[in-house]
Design a protein around this ligand. Structure first.
Ligand code: ZN
Length: 127
């Protein structure tokens, strides 16, 4: 094994490989949320200092709160159909869509179908 590869693993922390199903799914209890679970796939707990990867599942007719914050979202829709509501209107979402929500923009993810809407959402780690 080459020593550069070994160094990069020890300098940057422990490499994590996991199945998302093994990460606990927590119900999102925020006011304005309905039928939403979140899994923190990669976070500060794993030694990631800058970015967190979360997986959301929104059950049929569920939605996230309509909210805003300073940081952006980078989203990848893995499964299902739904919509993104912003101040500029409502746009459809389906499998394969990538979404960039800039900071300070109000936004809400909605599932209009019976099937779960599943997506990855990346955020900066709170410091
Ligand atoms: Zn948000």
């Amino acid at each position: 094994m080459n020593s550069d590869a070994a160094d990069s693993e020890t300098k940057g922390g422990i490499v994590k490989i996991a199945n998302y199903r093994d990460v606990e799914a927590r119900e999102v209890g925020d006011p304005g949320a309905k039928g939403v679970t979140i899994r923190w796939l990669i976070s500060k707990k794993d030694g990631a200092p800058n970015f967190a990867m979360r997986l959301f599942e929104i059950r049929g007719s569920g939605y996230t709160p309509y909210h805003s914050h300073d940081w952006e979202h980078e989203v990848f829709i893995l499964k299902g159909n739904g919509s993104l509501v912003t101040e500029n209107g409502t746009r459809p979402l389906s499998e394969g869509c990538v979404v960039f929500v800039p900071g300070t923009q109000n936004h809400q993810f909605r599932n209009a179908s019976d099937e779960n809407l599943v997506f990855i959402c990346l955020v900066p780690v709170e410091k």
